[in-house]
Each structure stands twice: as structure tokens, then as C-alpha cells.
Design a protein around this ligand. Structure first.
Ligand code: ADP
Ligand code: MG
Ligand code: MG
Length: 877
């Protein structure tokens, strides 16, 4: 029979799929002998069953009852027992952390009777008991009963006035409980449920349901977390940080998640319960101050943090509560960190002897490296600093100020850069945070919602800029010195230093880009990047080439570590001045006229190739013969029609118009392009091949590879190849001749095609279009978001290679191609070549290299190294 419930003593950290991250790590801490309140976890499997069947699986209720009974006997109290109640929390916890996205309910088991029992348990602390009760109704009301949380907040605010919540006495809290119960009655037409078991059962289902809350769906999509995992539910005995000043609750990191530096790092709040710290209801104090308030608990916490770091061999973040001098651990996980911290921490852990260099490479990601390559503010530029907050998530962001998530989404939708400014953010701000360039808050520390979520998304964030007064309703904020910034004004925020500037500050290359450009690694971060990159390069099997069409791009690609060019497009060689020659080519009515145009183009192309061969200095250059339909180079139909109707129109205009009409295609993507052009327009490919050959003859060491696009049948390739071989022989130049594999038929007949090709390069942009039957430009904006919502794919197949469909074709082509020609050279040149997950696929599929845009080359190098070093998983998150 299926087992749906695990006691904390039964699980461990490797069971994240089943127990969720929170449950697996609570079990791990329990087994390490750390002080964790006892409890148990309902599996994600039960959640998945509930979400698909609409009811909990058979036997779950019985299993939960059994575990609850065991918990009760261990604690010596029964759930909600009137004179001496056991209280529990019901907490969500998915495989991947989704901070604040799902639900948790604390203090379950309280009602009008047990609230007195709780007070008695606490030695007559009535205030504490009523505070816990009002928290239960508030959280339960909002998350389980779906009541607007503001109704409770407003009632609380009205009662406390300018006092902090700790200023309320027992009588006032008791009155608040009555008010809250009234809100529940009014909003739901029913009484607040007083049966403890009913409370627990409803809370469990609410946690299950929260998996599909809109903000959770949005977060998963943003973070590419699969939609079908479900969440586990953790039920654990409550411990109380809201007894009084000898109690409290906090969050901490074992290292600075921003810089990676080791140390005590976190926020603490006296006389408070869990949520209060991140919600920013009162100002927290730095964790160091706990040393003064409660030295024994502090020392114990520091030593536990050390234990956790050594055990997980990584940065951990933790949640803890102190109940009257006793420390309890409530959560830990390997913590999110900034990109810079990821590189620093990885190499620090190597130096501490905790991990190997191989592991260090797998601890950082290509996405993190890409973030470090974003520009930063120019230190030399003149700028007007108006405030400073905490450097919560690095980067340089410039944009118009907005004060609400809706407005951020609206302006960003019009292509504007915006900075979302809030007092503090909450999970409902997620859409605005995604839309914004950067996030600025006036309250909350580095563990606040804004900071944690921004770091997770790699978005620039400055938080807790307390000098700012944010007036959300009036859509403005004020800064010291009489500065007032209104919606629409431009500011610049530096997530690396925490500074806020008025107006636009210019940006410059990041130090990491300067390093890739050849600068000596001088600062600690760049040195860490350098060490990781060297190790990744030493480990990887995949070569990395660049998609580069100009000598400048080629030179940059070389500096960034490209081992050749995998795709040099030749279509730009027909643009600008040269359009006139294309027009003549199209208008030619005789072979002689056509040859005149081609002869004029040849030396121009040759010069282009010379520049590229020189820049690549003996490394291979794969040149793709012209690919787009020729009408793309001709004037626009409408413009021409207008012109042809006037009396200024020349004979050529009229002939051009006729040609444009003749060449018009219903579906150009599937029309006269690629190899088809070469076969239909005599001399076109020959001209290009000759230009390549002559350029190669001029540049010592040049290694041209001639690539024929859009081949579907070996016969196409054979006839082009024959002509090319002859020209190469005439010019006395050696070059490989190969083809793109971008039409499904080519992949399916790879064995035949390999007879005529010395290399294959998978053109995965076209291949994806044709395999899915998607016209990329049309479908992406039209309905991809719907497809993502429906879970038809978790990420666009144009972004990350679709392993099941496109990937399978590639595997077929690799196997058949190599069987026909064992030394067949294989690469990929679509945009997927720079996408982390796709690079891992290419490694697994046994390709020889990936080719990507120059800026993605370091990312591809790193991911190729990670692919070679990670044993099994294709999880590049
Ligand atoms: P999230 O995933 O949003 O952080 P959690 O499940 O961790 O939600 O719970 C929210 C807060 O409640 C946290 O600060 C947590 O430490 C606290 N909390 C959860 N369970 C208990 C408990 N049994 N006793 C005391 N505090 C708890
Ligand atoms: Mg938590
Ligand atoms: Mg193509």
C-alpha cells in the first residue's frame, strides 16, 4: 500500500521529490540531532492525487490520524485539548523553494476553550494566548477561507493605532479575536471552525490548493519549475516566539548571500511569530545583537550554523525560533545566492577543503555567469545619489519609477524600463517584479520578500532604503534634502552597492566581461570566475564555436574563447550598397547579365571572408551559403507600387515591381531559399564558393568549411557539392563541405546525406519550427503564453531545445550519420547553442561542438564543463 505520511525521523534530504525541500531538510536536521519540533510530512504524491482526483487518496486520513496520535503521545498533549492544548503548524513545502508563494497556517488547535488552556500552559500569560488565537483566525481566514487579508489588517491597524502590535494587551487582543470572528462570519456566512481536527484537515487541503494559486503558477513559470510536482505538507508542533521579550524568531544565512563572505548574517525579532520577520511589520534587529540579548541561544545557533554548513557543504539559510530561552530550528535549505556569491562561495569551499574543484564547477550555472556579464554603472560618471539601502541583489538598473505591480506590468508591456518602488513587496507583487528592471523598497532587510525573490530571479534589488518615504497612493516618494520623485521620473539603482541615484546613470562593461576581453583577473570575484572557467575548460568534451558574421564579432568571439566559427552567415554581404547588385541579379534576363552582377559581387564577398579568416587566425570557419529568399533584399512591394504609379517611375522600377510580385511567396519560410536558391539561380553558389576559396588562398592557415543550408535530400547536396569541389580544385584550396540539418527529412535520411557531407550542423531554429510546425514570429506572441499556462511545454522550444521531439531527430541523425561516415563532424548552430539545458543535451547526444553568439560563449564553455562533470542529472537549475 502506498505510504503518504513520513515522520521527520523517517525522511532525509534526498527525498525532496517526495517530501518537498522543507520536509526533507526538517527530517535531515532531526536526524542530525538538532532541536527540531517533532512532526510529520504528507507527501507530494498525496498532493498530486488530490489535485488530479479532487479528493485526498484513500487511506490518507487514517495515516494522518495515526501520525497525529503518535505526535500527541510524544508531546503529552492532544491537539486543541481544552485545558492543555497541543498546537501545530501546517506548512507547504515543494521540491523547489518558492518563497512565500504558497500557504502556511500557524497555531492550529486554538478555539474559545483551548485559548484558556494555552494561557494556563504559559503560566497565566493571557496576552500570549490571545495573540496566538488572533493570528490563527487571521492566517486561517486569509489562506484557508479565502478572505481578503486587508480586512484583518485594517481591523488590527484600527485597534493598535500608532502602537506596535506588541503594545496590545490581552483584553484588546481578546476583542480583536471577536472582531476577526465577525469578519469570518460576514465574509463566509459561517462561524470560524472550532474543531481542531477540522481546522487541520481544511488547512492541509488549502496547502494542496495553493500549488495552483495564480502567483504560484506565475512564479513557477518564471523560475521554470515544472507545473506537475505538487507540494508536500508539513505538520509540526508549534513553538512560540511570541511569549514575550525572552522569545523571538529569526532568519539567517551561514554566509552573506550577496557577497559570499562567511559570518553571522540575519535578522531577529523579539516577541514575534515566524511570518513577522519577512513581512516587515516591525523593524528587525541584526542577528549579531542576539549575542547581547540571549548569549546561550546565540552560541548554540552559531554552532548549529557551522554544523549545517559542514554537513551540506554549502551556504544554508535557516529559520529559527527562541521560546523562553530554548532554541528551535524550523527550516533550513541550501540558500539562494547572488551570481557573484555563487562563484565566490564555490571557490571558498574548495579552499576550505569542503568540496573539490569538479564540484565547484557544478555549483555555479551559466545563467549566473551571464548575470555577471551584465553592465554596471560607470564609477566615473557624475551622478546624484539620493539614498542608500541594502545591496540585496546586484546589477545596474535604470528606469521610470512605478508604485504598483499593475503599473509596472502596463508600462513594461509598452517596452518601457521601470523600477518598481514599494514600501515592501509581498507575493502579490510578483508580476510587477518580473516586469521591472529593478526593485527598490524602503523597508525590510536582505531576508525580506523583495530581496529573496529578486535574488532568485537575478533581478537588481535595493531594499530597506529607510531614508525614503514611499507614498504609494500618491505615487511618489521623497528622499532627504527635499527630493521628490514621482511616477514616471527616472532613477538608477545599484544592487551591488545599494545606492539610489536620481536620473539615468551611464553603464559600462562588467569586470567579468573585461576579464573575458583579456584583462588580468584582479578582484576576488574575477579570480573565482577565472578558476572555475579554467577547470570547466579542462573538463569539457564539447568544443565551443561562435556564430559570427563580421571580423569584429569573430575577434570578440576569439577573445571569449571560441575555438572557431560554427556559423558565419553570408546574407549581410548582400545588403547596403550591394542591394543594387542583387536587384540586377534578379532582373537579369540572360546568363551574361546575371554573370555581370555576380562578378561584381565576388570581390566584395572575398574581402569579407579575408577579414574573418584573419580574425580567426587558423581556427575553422563554417560559412553558410546564402539562405534567405532573394525578395528579402528587394524594395518593399508597397513602396514600389506607389513609386511605379508616379511619372518619375523608371523602366527599372516597373521591372522591379514585376519581379517582386513574381517572387512573392505565401510562406517564405518554406519557399525558395537555402540550397533551393543555389539550384535555381545558376552561378550564385559558385560565386560564393569561389570568393571563399580565393580568400582562403590569401590568408595563411585559413580553414574554411562550406555549409549548405536547408538540404532535405542528398541529391540537392550532391549537385551543389560537385560544383564546389571543382571550384576548390581550380583554386587549389582545401575545404570541408557539409550541410545544415534543419529540415526533418534531412535528419531522417542522415545516412544518405552523410555520404555527401563531411559535417552536419544542426540548425535548431528552423528544425524546431518545422518539427512543431510553428512559424516562430507568428506563434510566440500569439499563443505561447497560453501554451505555457496549459503546461504544453514548460519553456518555449525556441529557448530550450525540445529533447523529446527535436532532440530525438538529432539523435537519429547523429547515429545514422556516424554509421555512414564515422568521422562525421557534428555541431549545433541554432540559438540553443548558448542555452544551458540545450548545451547539456548536446553533450549527451555526443556532438563535437556547440556554436552560439559571442556573448554566450563563456556560458557555453561553463555549461559544457558542467555537463561533463555532472554524473547523471540534466537539471541545470
Ligand atoms: P514559507 O515557506 O513561506 O517560509 P513556512 O512554512 O516556513 O512558510 O512558515 C512561515 C513561518 O512560520 C516561518 O517563519 C516559520 O519559521 C514559522 N513556523 C512554521 N512552523 C512553525 C512552528 N511549528 N512553530 C513556530 N513557527 C513556525
Ligand atoms: Mg519558511
Ligand atoms: Mg535555417
Amino acid at each position: 500500500m502506498a505510504k503518504y505520511v513520513y515522520d521527520f525521523t523517517e525522511g532525509n534530504r534526498n527525498l525532496k521529490d517526495l517530501l518537498g525541500g522543507k520536509g526533507a531538510n526538517l527530517a535531515e536536521m532531526t536526524n542530525l540531532g538538532l532541536p527540531v519540533p517533532p512532526g510529520f510530512t504528507i507527501t507530494t504524491e498525496a498532493c498530486r492525487h488530490y489535485l488530479s482526483a479532487g479528493s485526498v487518496p484513500d487511506g490518507l486520513d487514517r495515516e494522518v490520524a495515526g501520525h497525529l496520535a503518535a505526535l500527541e503521545s510524544r508531546m503529552g498533549r492532544k491537539l486543541g485539548q481544552a485545558d492543555d492544548p497541543l498546537l501545530v503548524s501546517v506548512r507547504s513545502g515543494a521540491k523547489f523553494s518558492m518563497p512565500g508563494m504558497m500557504e502556511t497556517v500557524l497555531n492550529i488547535g486554538l478555539n474559545d476553550e483551548s485559548v484558556h488552556g494555552l494561557a494556563k500552559q504559559a503560566g497565566g500569560n493571557d496576552r500570549f494566548a490571545w495573540d496566538s488565537y488572533r493570528r490563527l483566525i487571521q492566517m486561517f481566514g486569509k489562506t484557508v477561507l479565502g478572505i481578503d487579508g486587508d480586512l484583518f489588517e485594517d481591523a488590527l491597524d484600527a485597534l493598535k493605532g500608532r502602537r506596535p502590535d506588541t503594545g496590545l494587551d490581552a483584553g484588546e487582543l481578546q476583542r480583536l479575536v471577536e472582531t476577526y470572528k465577525g469578519i469570518v462570519r460576514e465574509q463566509t456566512g459561517r462561524e470560524f471552525p472550532t474543531d481542531p481536527r477540522e481546522q487541520m484537515r481544511l488547512a492541509v487541503m488549502a496547502v494542496f490548493d495553493s500549488w495552483n494559486a495564480p502567483r504560484a503558477i506565475l512564479y513557477r513559470r518564471q523560475e521554470r519549475i515544472p507545473a506537475d510536482l505538487g507540494t508536500a505538507v508539513n505538520i509540526m508542533a508549534m513553538v512560540f516566539g511570541n511569549y514575550g521579550d525572552d522569545s523571538g524568531t529569526g532568519v539567517a544565512f551561514t554566509r552573506d548571500p550577496g557577497s559570499g563572505r562567511q559570518g553571522i548574517y540575519g535578522d531577529y525579532l523579539q516577541n514575534a511569530q515566524g511570518e513577522d520577520v519577512v513581512a516587515g511589520i516591525r523593524n528587525t534587529i541584526p542577528l549579531e545583537d542576539l549575542e547581547r540579548i540571549d548569549p546561550p541561544s546565540y552560541d548554540q545557533l552559531v554552532s548549529i550554523m557551522e554544523t549545517l554548513e559542514n554537513h551540506y557543504r554549502d551556504l544554508c539559510d535557516i529559520e529559527f525560533t527562541i521560546e523562553r530561552g530554548t532554541l528551535w530550528m524550523l527550516q533550513t535549505r541550501v540558500g539562494k545566492r547572488t551570481a557573484a556569491a555563487a562563484f565566490r562561495i564555490a571557490t571558498q569551499l574548495v579552499d576550505q577543503g569542503l568540496i573539490t574543484m569538479d564540484e565547484a564547477v557544478t555549483r555555479v550555472t551559466g545563467d549566473q555567469l551571464a548575470q555577471l556579464m551584465f553592465p554596471r554603472f560607470d564609477h566615473g560618471a557624475e551622478k546624484k545619489k539620493i539614498a542608500r539601502g541594502m545591496n540585496a541583489s546586484p546589477g545596474a538598473a535604470v528606469g521610470k519609477v512605478v508604485f504598483s505591480s499593475e503599473r509596472a506590468v502596463e508600462l513594461a508591456g509598452r517596452g518601457e524600463d521601470v523600477i518598481l518602488v514599494r514600501r515592501e513587496t509581498n507575493p502579490d507583487d510578483l508580476a510587477g517584479m518580473i516586469a521591472a528592471r529593478g526593485i527598490l523598497t524602503s523597508r525590510g532587510g536582505k531576508t525580506s520578500h523583495a530581496a529573496v525573490v529578486a535574488r532568485g530571479m537575478g533581478k537588481t534589488c535595493v531594499c530597506g532604503a529607510e531614508e525614503l518615504e514611499v507614498l504609494t497612493a500618491e505615487r511618489r516618494f521623497s528622499a532627504p534634502g527635499g527630493v521628490v520623485v514621482s511616477e514616471g521620473d527616472v532613477i538608477s539603482i545599484d544592487g551591488t552597492t545599494g545606492e539610489v541615484f536620481l536620473g539615468e546613470v551611464p553603464v559600462v562593461d562588467s569586470a567579468v566581461v573585461e576579464y573575458f576581453e583579456g584583462a588580468e583577473p584582479d578582484d576576488e570575484l574575477v579570480k573565482a570566475v577565472d578558476r572555475v572557467m579554467r577547470h570547466a575548460d579542462g573538463a569539457r568534451r564539447l568544443g565551443v564555436r561562435a556564430n559570427a558574421d563580421t571580423p569584429e564579432d569573430a575577434a570578440r568571439a576569439r577573445r571569449f574563447g571560441a575555438q572557431g566559427i560554427g556559423l558565419c552567415r553570408t546574407e549581410h554581404m548582400f545588403l547596403g550598397e550591394r542591394r543594387r547588385l542583387v536587384e540586377e541579379l534578379v532582373l537579369a534576363t540572360t546568363d551574361e547579365e546575371r554573370q555581370v552582377a555576380l562578378d561584381a559581387l565576388e570581390p566584395l564577398q572575398k574581402a569579407d571572408f579575408v577579414g574573418i579568416f584573419q580574425a580567426m587566425n587558423g581556427h575553422p570557419v563554417t560559412i553558410r551559403l546564402i539562405d534567405p529568399p532573394l525578395h528579402e533584399f528587394l524594395p518593399d512591394l508597397v513602396d514600389l507600387s506607389v513609386k511605379a504609379a508616379t511619372h518619375e517611375a523608371t523602366g527599372k522600377d516597373r521591372r522591379l515591381l514585376a519581379a517582386v510580385k513574381r517572387l512573392h511567396e505565401q510562406n517564405p519560410m518554406l519557399g525558395l531559399r537555402g540550397v533551393r536558391l543555389g539550384l535555381v539561380i545558376p552561378g550564385l553558389f559558385a560565386m560564393q564558393v569561389r570568393a571563399i576559396a580565393q580568400a582562403a588562398a590569401e590568408v595563411p592557415g585559413a580553414r574554411p568549411e562550406i555549409m549548405i543550408p536547408l538540404v532535405a535530400a542528398v541529391q540537392e547536396l550532391e549537385s551543389v557539392r560537385e560544383e564546389a569541389v571543382q571550384i576548390l580544385a581550380e583554386e587549389g584550396v582545401a575545404a570541408l563541405i557539409g550541410t545544415m540539418i534543419e529540415v526533418p527529412r534531412a535528419a531522417l535520411t542522415a545516412a544518405q546525406i552523410a555520404e555527401a557531407a563531411e559535417f552536419f550542423s544542426f540548425g535548431t531554429n528552423d528544425l524546431t519550427q518545422m518539427v512543431w510546425g510553428f512559424s516562430r514570429d507568428d506563434v510566440e506572441s500569439a499563443f505561447f503564453s497560453r501554451y505555457l499556462d496549459l503546461g504544453i511545454f514548460g519553456v518555449s522550444p525556441f529557448e530550450t531545445l525540445d529533447r523529446e521531439g527535436v532532440g530525438r531527430l538529432i539523435e537519429i541523425a547523429v547515429a545514422e550519420g556516424r554509421s555512414a561516415r564515422p568521422d562525421l563532424h557534428l555541431g549545433i548552430c541554432g540559438e540553443h547553442g548558448g542555452d544551458p539545458d540545450s548545451v547539456h543535451f548536446c553533450h549527451e547526444a555526443g556532438l563535437d561542438y556547440v556554436s552560439c553568439s559571442p556573448f554566450r560563449i563563456p556560458v557555453a564553455r561553463l555549461e559544457a564543463g558542467r555537463a561533463a562533470l555532472s554524473r547523471t542529472d540534466s537539471d541545470t537549475r
